[in-house]
Every structure is written in C-alpha cells, then in structure tokens.
Design a protein around this ligand. Structure first.
Ligand code: ZN
Length: 282
C-alpha cells in the first residue's frame, strides 16, 4: 500500500472511530432540509477481468457485461429520484482493482456501497443446476459457510497482503468495518425483501451471508455485494442478458435501497417531492 493512501485510510478510520462522522447520514441544519443519499454503484469486473463465463446459444458471455448494464439501469432509477445521488466505480469496460473501488467510494464520500456481481459454479461441476440470487456483507472472520469461502475466493481476484488485526492501523480499519456491519446487514435485508416481492426471486432466494470480500472493505459506509444470478445456469444467464430482466433487477434493487432508508432513517423523505433536497458540496 502506498504511504499516502495508508495515511489517508488511517485518518478516515480515526475520524470514524473518534469523531463519529460515520453517522454522517442525514441532517442538514433545519428539519426540512435533507441531503441526498449518495449511492456508490460498483459494477463488478471489467476489461481483461471478465468475471464468470456463461453461454447463450453457444456464444461465450461475461459477467462484466451484466454488471455494467444493471449498474447503468440502477443509476438511471436512482437519478430519477431526487433523494439520491450516484457515483459509479466504472462506466466503461475497463479493469478497476478491488482496493481502487473501495478507495473511489471513500473519496466520493458515498453513503452506501452496492457491488454488483453474478455467480458461477466451478467448471468441475458444470452440470450444476444452481440458480438464484444472494446478498453478501463483509465479515472479519472470513466466510461462515463453505459456499461463501469458495465465492470469496472467486471474487477476491487480488487478495493482496493479508491484513492482520494485530497491526494498529489494521485494527482501526477492522473496527471501522465492524462498526458498519449491522447497517450493512440491514441494507442486505431490505434489498432481499424487495427482490422477494417478485415471484421468480422469491422462489430462487439463496439468502444472506457474509464473507471477507476485499471489495466490501469500505471503511466509512455500509456495503453489500449482490450476486444477481448464475452465469452457468442455462435459463438464468439468458435473463441476466435480457434488457427487460436487467431493468427488473435494477428496479428491485432501487426499491430495496428506498426501503432501507425508509425503515432505518427518520430523516429520509417518504415522498421524493417532500422537503428540500440538497446536493453535497463535493
Ligand atoms: Zn463477480
């Protein structure tokens, strides 16, 4: 890690721990003034890093193309709602490192980090009928399930140096992450509940889990990772590439984000047109 970014991270972690700015969220001075919530959308993979590989009519298709399409649709829906602002970690088919993504989220002062991915079963079990969506949050002790361990291995394509909690800087970072763990679970539950309003997703809900995903190591906001569906399932891969289904994924995630704020944040306007909504200065 560069010396400068280590220092920056230390300062951020200190601010969160000692000044309580992690609860930055909502108030903007008077009761009828609220800040727009800034959502960081993170379309997984990109560039030479294709992510999971599927096949449609014999042609190879890649996870990186689903995540950007759904990310763009989610951005559109959020921007149509004056209660939100949006930043994306990538807009093009380019590679962005996992740590770079978390850095973008911090530098952009996000309120919530949403990473979009698709699942795939290992090539050794190609015949698998695995399908459905999953939502993940970060947990310091690594994954609690075998499936989670395998998935974290796939998604952590660049694990980097292992962070030991014994080091003072790392300890502070872990504490900052753990301070957001509960909030991240609330976001995950709200998005899951929204997905479950659709019969297909209700029937193919693989639940919530937690693992040590590098991309979820965002120190100053709650973060979730959504595995939209399986690239390796013959029907589901078609849905993942179908614009109508991409809209549906985005719509349900958007409604889940709204649901999260409405159930946990009393300053969040129930109606997009009520109250004054301000953009933050940067
Ligand atoms: Zn992925």
């Amino acid at each position: 890690m560069h010396r400068r970014s280590a220092l920056l991270r230390l300062l951020v972690a200190m601010a969160i721990l000692f000044l309580g700015v992690g609860e930055r969220a909502a108030t903007g001075g008077s009761n009828d003034t609220v800040w727009r919530r800034r959502i960081i959308i993170d379309p997984g993979h990109g560039g030479h890093h294709k992510g999971g590989i599927g096949r449609i009519n014999g042609r190879e298709v890649y996870e990186k193309d689903v995540t950007i399409r759904v990310g763009e649709r989610l951005e559109k829906l959020l921007l149509a709602d004056p209660r939100f602002e949006v930043r994306l970690t990538r807009r093009k088919d380019v590679y962005v490192g996992l740590r770079e993504r978390t850095q973008i989220a911090t530098e952009q002062s996000g309120d919530l980090f949403v990473s979009l991915h698709c699942n795939a079963v290992p090539s050794s079990s190609r015949g698998s009928k695995a399908k459905g969506f999953e939502i993940w949050t970060w947990n310091s002790s690594g994954s609690v399930s075998a499936a989670g361990k395998a998935l974290a291995k796939i998604e952590n394509e660049e694990p980097g140096p292992t962070r030991s909690p014994n080091n003072i800087l790392n300890r502070m970072m872990f504490d900052a992450l753990e301070s957001h763990a509960l909030e991240s679970k609330r976001v995950a539950s709200a998005v899951r509940a929204s997905m479950d309003t659709h019969p297909y997703f209700r029937a193919n809900d693989r639940g919530l889990d937690s693992a040590r995903f590098t991309v979820l190591e965002v120190y100053d906001m709650p973060s979730i990772l959504i595995e939209l569906g399986f690239m390796t399932h013959p029907q589901e891969v078609k849905m993942l590439f179908d614009p109508e289904w991409q809209n549906r994924y985005a719509q349900l995630i958007y409604q889940g984000i709204v649901r999260y704020y409405q159930t946990t944040d009393s300053n969040f306007p129930t109606n997009p047109s009520t109250g004054r909504l301000l953009s933050r200065a940067h």
